[in-house]
Design a binder for this molecule. Sequence first.
Ligand code: ISE
Length: 316
Amino acid sequence: MHELGIGVVGAGGMGSEHARNFAALEGVRVVVVADAVEAAATTLAAAVDAEPITDAAVLISDPRVDAVVIASTDETHADLAMSALAHGKPTLCEKPLATSLEGAVNVMESEVAVGRRLLQLGLMREYDPAHQRLRQQVKSNGRVNHIRAVHRNRNEFERTIDHAISQSMVHDIHTVRWLAETEVVSVLARSLPRGQNGVRFVTASARLESGCLATFEFDDYAFGYDVSVEVSGEDGLAKTAGPDDPRLHDDWFAWFADAYRMEAEAWVESVRSGDTAGPSAWDGVAAQAVVEAVQRSVRTGKNEIVELPVKPPLYA
Ligand code: ISE
């Protein structure tokens, strides 16, 4: 078996999680770790026996790098993803795909121009065993009427409302689209401030194309990390773990450790088979369109329509 060479861009929390997971897989080698902060690149590279560099462009064009993982800061994702696509390299890009809908569409169009899927987006809840069980249950519960997506963070630092929505609620938005297998058409949001410029709580009520409803409830400063989903179907209710879940943590790394590992395994398999699957650039575009509608609704206090571009046949 040819050893798969992976380059990891970004040596922060997410880059480290990915690098360690990939380094533990048989037949996979993390060859390069890039981070603009040299010390961060050096530390992570040493941990996974890779070479540290500071220039992500060098990593992407490195012939030893068969596939690229993008886990750097949000505003770098789109350009790096387009560069990896231009090099024809399979890429696992952390969410969000871009920091604007226009940026996300540009990445998607670059992939459409390539003519085949090369990019998987790191919306990893699809790989979480609890979410997978939920999806199976949902399928046997008849028509979906309502989805309730609850997400609690334990952020010590204040985040702006735009960041809370684009960095956190984006996961819940994807979960709802994935479970209901339909798009969000409009949203009405409310928020509770925290400190000077931060946000404590954001709720959004959404209508979906199939006619079903969804509620998003996001707390940025809760007692512990928590993600739970509840789906009311025509013939029954399906839930992930309840509020008495013993898995209360400070952050998402332990909570979703299995999901990250399974995402890594599935992605490596898809790179080997040449069949990119999992959350796509289209999912990134659709999620970003909803993110922006929620951000608008918080500001206007009104129901906002999701401005979704046409879905290219590549993602049918
Ligand atoms: C973080 O960036 C993640 O991706 C986590 O999965 C999410 O739960 C958290 O809210 C985000 O800040």
